[in-house]
Design a binder for this molecule. Structure first.
Ligand code: NAP
Ligand code: F7E
Length: 339
């Protein structure tokens, strides 16, 4: 039986990946942070099927112990301070986890299980101020936030351990992927949760920031399959994982309200723009400058052709299906924080 060690098990991707690897017969060990108010909402259905190990990406000895105990064939490093907006408020912590944390984990593997295959959760945020469109594995990076600067270090240290120590280490450069289990601070889930609450009459409007930012959004359940496939190849390599389509936040808002049959009309401009429910005339979207970032990523569009060619990976859930899945889940999820 193959053994996998997953960091970031309590996050969105952690649960989907654990489900996939369990289906494939893996024994799963996973790192979790001990908290005074422990929350395992996303993985409560998996708790009796996986081995949890307490530890932290900022603590070297906990990672060494975790690798020694789990003796993994494959390591998936999903742990991160993953909210870009917060990375300006906590830049040093973000770097500790997203940059140095990767080195700590690679060191632990080098010491205790050097033949383990390693997956690093890299990100389309590395492309930031994009140098070409669509973005592919050879596109130059230009990170635009403390989050992505830290992830750039994580990307290169992964390449470096591959080249220095011949480790089987891969970067998945994943574009945005969402699901009913997405954290409620990310724009997609913030919108779908608000749509459900507005529809039920529990709130009047949702406040957003940059409506014109464009993202290449896919479904998390599809994207974890690519992580697994990368570690099944003969040679370690880096892959862009994306849908190959881009949509603005504005389009996401319109599509999400459409699921509950609300059509939006936009009025005004800039921070004075509002979205109005065409039928009732009520304001349901407002702009709040608080949600603008010091520097934003305006356009992301990935080219997943290498993943298709070499991994045989393709996304199955379309943008429309994703929006509908998330809104419908929030409609039945009264008062819940995560799916
Ligand atoms: P997420 O929902 O925010 O989950 C992050 C996970 O990291 C949580 O389990 C969190 O634990 C854990 N974590 C944070 N700091 C830690 C620390 N110091 N020590 C140990 N664990 C820590 O993120 P996600 O959406 O699943 O994303 C998974 C990974 O892919 C992240 O590395 C993210 O940066 C990257 N990524 C995500 C996307 C995307 O669109 N989702 C795209 C590209 C790359 P707690 O529950 O204790 O906070
Ligand atoms: O923002 C704009 C915001 O926070 C998307 C992480 O998983 O994907 C994610 O990072 C866009 C940005 O995700 C609001 O300015 C407008 O342009 O949902 P987000 P993100 O920053 O793209 C990448 C690939 C990762 O690696 C990250 O870990 O939406 N936006 N209004 C807003 N964003 C938020 N959060 N809230 C708003 O009100």
């Amino acid at each position: 039986m193959k053994r996998a060690f997953i960091t970031g098990i309590t996050g969105q991707d952690g649960g989907y990946l654990a489900e996939l690897l369990l289906e494939k017969g893996y024994e799963i060990y996973a790192l979790y942070r001990r908290n005074s108010n422990q929350r395992f909402d996303r993985i409560k259905h998996l708790l009796d099927k996986i081995h949890l190990i307490a530890g932290d990406m900022t603590d070297q000895s906990s990672l060494i112990d975790a690798i020694e105990v789990s003796k993994p064939d494959e390591v998936y490093n999903l742990a991160a301070q993953s909210f870009v907006a917060v990375s300006w408020k906590e830049p040093v912590f973000t770097a500790e986890v997203n940059a140095l944390g990767v080195t700590r984990l690679l060191e632990a593997i080098k010491m205790k299980k050097p033949d383990a295959k390693f997956y690093q959760a890299s990100t389309s945020e590395l492309f930031g101020l994009v140098q070409e469109t669509p973005q592919k594995e050879t596109t130059s990076f230009h990170p635009r936030s403390p989050y992505s600067v830290a992830k750039l270090y994580g990307y290169w240290i992964t390449v470096n351990y591959r080249e220095s120590y011949n480790m089987f280490a891969c970067n998945g450069i994943l574009f945005n992927h969402e699901s009913p289990k997405r954290g409620i601070e990310f724009v997609t889930r913030k919108i779908t949760k608000a749509v459900a609450e507005i529809y039920r009459g529990e709130r009047e409007f949702v406040s957003l920031g940059n409506l014109d930012a464009k993202r290449d959004w896919g479904y998390a359940g599809d994207y974890v399959k690519a992580m697994y496939l990368m570690l099944q190849q003969e040679k370690p390599d880096d892959f862009v994982i994306a849908s190959g389509e881009t949509h603005s936040v504005r389009e996401f808002v319109e599509k999400a309200f459409k699921v509950v049959d609300i059509e939006i009309e936009w009025k005004g401009q800039g921070i004075n723009e509002i979205g109005i429910d065409k039928k009732s005339g009520k304001t349901i979207v407002k702009i709040n400058p608080q949600f603008f970032r010091p520097a934003d990523v305006e356009l992301l569009l990935g080219d997943p052709s290498k993943a298709k060619r070499e991994l045989g990976w393709e996304p199955e859930v379309s943008f429309d299906q994703l929006v509908e899945m998330m809104v419908k889940n929030d409609l039945k999820n009264e008062g819940a924080e995560s799916g």
